[in-house]
Design a protein around this ligand. Structure first.
Ligand code: SF4
Ligand code: SF4
Length: 92
């Protein structure tokens, strides 16, 4: 089980979420972040930090966004870990 980053994260990247994660399991993709499912310990700390409610427990991901479960698992492996808050994208 793990937490999943979903659609609302695309293009946001405020990255408030990464600084509260105790196990540093956020990874940075081109236009959104991903959570490594084997590293996430389901502490839920990141959920409240996300201003656009993009993060859900795997069991509670809305039906339209179920594909993000696989996407997080796949993309976390291909992306670089992110542990510090970044400046938001200029257009976000
Ligand atoms: S705070 Fe939410 S929208 Fe922003 S990077 Fe984290 S998960 Fe994505
Ligand atoms: S639920 Fe906890 S361990 Fe999982 S990504 Fe969020 S802050 Fe990190």
């Amino acid at each position: 089980m793990a937490h999943i980053v979903t659609q609302p994260c695309v293009g946001c990247r405020y990255t408030d979420c990464v600084v509260v994660c105790p196990v540093e399991c956020f990874y940075e993709g081109a236009d959104m972040l991903y959570i490594h499912p084997d590293e996430c310990i389901d502490c839920e700390a990141c959920v409240a930090e996300c201003p656009v409610e993009a993060i859900f427990h795997e069991d509670n991901v809305p039906a339209d966004w179920k594909s993000f479960i696989e996407l997080n698992a796949e993309m976390a492996l291909k992306s670089k870990v992110i542990t510090e808050k970044k400046k938001p994208l200029a257009d976000s």
